[in-house]
Design a protein around this ligand. Structure first.
Ligand code: FPP
Length: 226
């Protein structure tokens, strides 16, 4: 058998694609697709936590997503506030929330103060949980993360795998075991390029709002496939 033998050691990373297509098929605005996507993420978090999975990392908003229409960006931002506000549910499922992304004090950071506060509050309010770690990548881009880690390493005089590891946005994040991308797109985009070395990749035709427990199990099976 290949890969972690216990789900507590498993790290799943999700590229939650297809909210727009999900909405279009129903004759709904794209924003309704994102709303459904956030609700489904809450359900996926619950399922993964109850399965005993150790780590779930999701691509909530990329550094490239700011160019979307302002109303759509505002809506996605408000959904992050909603997600980070789900502290009661997260605590009930013993889930600790984390965030990775461009630091708020870095030039170019565009994260509004209300989202920053929601992120910081959720991290504090779930810090005592000992179960699954949910990491939300918000204003995240892997190349920017790696440029920063390389620069910080070089400033200390050496660039090695260990020095890059220790300057990632979350140096504690373990390697990813399986990357999931929904909605029939077989691409990785700019997501966790360092951390996914060696990971299995699970592509599914399902759009993100339809990604469910059976799909999670199918992705998990890949880890243990020889
Ligand atoms: C892709 O759908 C998804 C995103 C832009 C980011 C993920 C956002 C969500 C799941 C909504 C809320 C999530 C959080 C974490 C609060 P798309 O618009 O690219 O879909 P399309 O490719 O069908 O147009």
């Amino acid at each position: 058998m290949v890969g972690p033998s216990s789900l507590a050691n498993v790290h799943i990373a999700c590229i939650m694609d297809g909210n727009g297509r999900w909405a279009k098929r129903r004759g709904l605005p794209r924003t309704a697709g994102h709303t459904a996507g956030e609700e489904n993420l809450a359900e996926v978090v619950r399922v993964c936590a109850q399965r005993g999975i150790g780590r779930l990392t999701v691509f909530g908003f990329s550094t490239e997503n700011w160019v979307r229409p302002p109303a759509e960006v505002r809506h996605i931002l408000s959904l992050h506030k909603k997600l980070f506000g789900r502290v009661d549910e997260l605590n009930a499922n013993n889930v600790r929330i984390q965030w990775i992304g461009r630091p708020f004090d870095e030039p170019g950071s565009r994260t509004p103060a209300y989202v920053q506060r929601a992120i910081q509050r959720a991290i504090t309010d779930t810090a005592g949980n000992t179960g699954m770690v949910l990491t939300v990548a918000f204003d995240y881009g892997s190349r920017a993360e790696l440029v920063r880690a390389s620069r910080l390493s070089a400033q200390l005089g050496e660039v090695t795998e260990t020095s890059i590891d220790s300057h990632l946005y979350d140096p504690e994040m373990p390697r990813v075991d399986v990357v999931v991308r929904t909605s029939g797109e077989s691409r990785i985009s700019n997501f966790l390029l360092w951390q996914i070395a060696g990971a299995k990749v699970y592509f599914t035709e399902r759009t993100w709002p339809d990604f469910d427990a059976q799909e999670i199990d199918a992705a998990l099976k890949l880890i243990h496939a020889t």
